[in-house]
Design a binder for this molecule. Structure first.
Ligand code: SAM
Ligand code: SF4
Length: 466
């Protein structure tokens, strides 16, 4: 265990400014050298990230995207992991000016789910075919306090339906104390996610005006507490649109380097939320530093190359078109069929309680079909987490490229299971075609056990993984 960190001493804005200045203007030769280095899949340093963030020339942008696409395919194959957010509450004691859930917003219908309602949400998600949920909500718990979250987790794991169950619960929760993180770990969570929103202290202070979240350092040191408590799969993120994205990317790199230095492993995932309109928030419709679609794609491509083995998550904030474009550039996980209002799956008509406007309104079946029609493999696999392959163990597996050996076949068998148990006729046809094409493209050894695993599922066996 490392000593408790109470200040984000690793964050060095002056160094970020110097790196950005040193990266200077677009230099074709230097950019191509960095892309050649990135193609070796060993990751990039902060200066490389700063240089790639300056790319504007259309030919160089195309080279950046091409390199990212090759890295994505080399490491992840065609898999896209699917999950659904489960909002337990939209009540919050904080005042984040961009969020509909903030305490002073009177334009929102408030709701905190009972454990029975959480079970109903889990059942509705299982019946759509989901196996992974992200438990998420405002920073306020009912009278049982933090115990409520632990009870919510065991409630969700306890819901068994005829055709399935939730096999992995990730959480996106306000920062906790080390003791609370220990309890969270004990409850069997997968990844603990927390977005810093912005690493710019001054801006952070202006947009988080009240409540516990106003304390920048309490948030910026939360991942240290989580890791000290034994949670080794952690997810970072920035709310793009708040601060200058080039600054945020370098700050994110500093955060990751700090985790690698102290804990020997960086983050398991990075999320790339972009600010969306939200009920009762003027700022959400007019972000201080809007990120264009072109820059957003660059962010995904540069992150893919900077931390090639870290999952990149995109939510339903983005449109179907943007999600499709970024699969190729590096996104490895997406939410599907999502609702951002508590109770939204069991009672879908109640949208007045939502956190932000969704860009993608399609149901899970349509999202899955679209992915398969694009020649990719929607994956519902949760094997690593259940086999204890987390943190260092996952990275040991990932670095030499074994991820494709394990995750490729596991993705296929979990997709075959989804198609048989939940897929519409049209989706099943598209999915079977994608499975056949993926198997045909595999090297003989991996192909053999992929075929065996898919055949087992088609013969009636469930939860087949290695
Ligand atoms: N309340 C906890 C917190 O703030 O960390 C966890 C849940 S909060 C609902 C999850 C994330 O939603 C926040 O970290 C923020 O990045 C994102 N968010 C808030 N308002 C948003 C908006 N208008 N558009 C897109 N994302 C938003
Ligand atoms: Fe509350 Fe999180 Fe929304 Fe801030 S972002 S108001 S903490 S739910």
């Amino acid at each position: 265990m490392t000593a408790e960190q109470t200040t984000a001493t690793w964050l060095d804005p002056a160094a970020i400014a110097a790196t950005l200045a040193e990266a200077g203007r677009e230099d074709k030769g230097r950019i191509r050298e960095i892309l050649a280095k990135a193609a070796l899949l060993g990751g990039l340093d902060a200066t490389d990230v700063a240089v790639l963030s300056q790319v504007r020339d259309p030919d160089l942008v195309a080279e950046l995207f091409h390199t990212a696409e090759r890295a994505k395919t080399e490491i992840y194959g065609q898999r896209i992991v699917l999950f659904a957010p489960l909002y337990f509450s939209n009540i919050c004691t904080n005042e984040c000016v961009y969020c509909a859930f903030r305490r002073s917003n009177r334009d929102l219908v408030r709701k905190i789910l009972t454990l029975e309602e959480i079970a109903a949400e889990a059942a509705a998600l299982i019946d759509q075919g989901h196996k992974r949920v992200l438990l998420i909500g405002g920073e306020a718990f009912p009278k049982d306090g933090f115990r409520y979250i632990l009870d919510a987790i065991s409630t969700i794991y306890g819901v068994k339906r005829e055709r399935g169950e939730i096999r992995r619960i990730n959480v996106n929760l306000a920062p906790l104390s080390t003791d609370e993180f220990r309890l969270l770990k004990g409850a069997g969570i997968g990844t603990y996610q927390l977005f810093q929103e912005t690493y710019d202290r001054e801006l952070y202070g202006r947009v988080h005006v009240d409540g516990r979240k106003a304390d920048f350092d309490w948030r910026a040191t939360a991942i240290d507490r989580a890791m000290n408590a034994g949670i080794d799969d952690v997810g970072l993120g920035v709310l793009f649109g708040l601060g200058d994205w080039r600054f945020e990317m370098l700050a994110l790199m500093q955060h990751i380097s700090h985790l690698e230095d102290v804990f020997g492993v960086g983050c398991h995932t990075i999320s790339v939320p972009r600010m969306e309109p939200a009920v009762g928030s003027e700022m959400a419709s007019h972000p201080p530093h809007p990120v264009s679609d072109d820059d957003f794609k660059k962010i995904v491509a540069v992150l893919r190359l900077a931390v090639p083995y870290t999952g990149l998550i995109m939510s339903t904030r983005e449109t179907a078109e943007m999600r499709r474009a970024t699969f190729a550039l590096g996104v490895s996980q997406i939410s599907g069929g999502s609702r951002t209002n508590p109770g939204g799956y069991a009672t879908p008509e109640d949208e007045d309680a939502a956190q932000f406007e969704r860009g993608d309104h399609r149901d899970l079946d349509a999202v899955v079909r679209d992915i398969a029609e694009g020649g990719r493999i929607p994956s519902f696999c949760t094997a690593c987490y259940r086999m204890g392959r987390t943190g260092h163990d996952f990275m040991d597996l990932a670095r030499p490229g074994l991820i494709r050996e394990m995750c490729g076949p596991n993705g296929l068998s979990s997709f075959a299971e989804y198609l048989l148990d939940y897929g519409s006729e049209e989706t099943r046809a598209a999915g079977d075609r994608a499975i056949d094409a993926e198997i045909a493209s595999m090297e003989p050894r991996i192909r053999r056990y992929s075929e065996t695993m898919v055949a087992k599922v088609r013969a009636g066996k469930r939860d087949v993984f290695r």
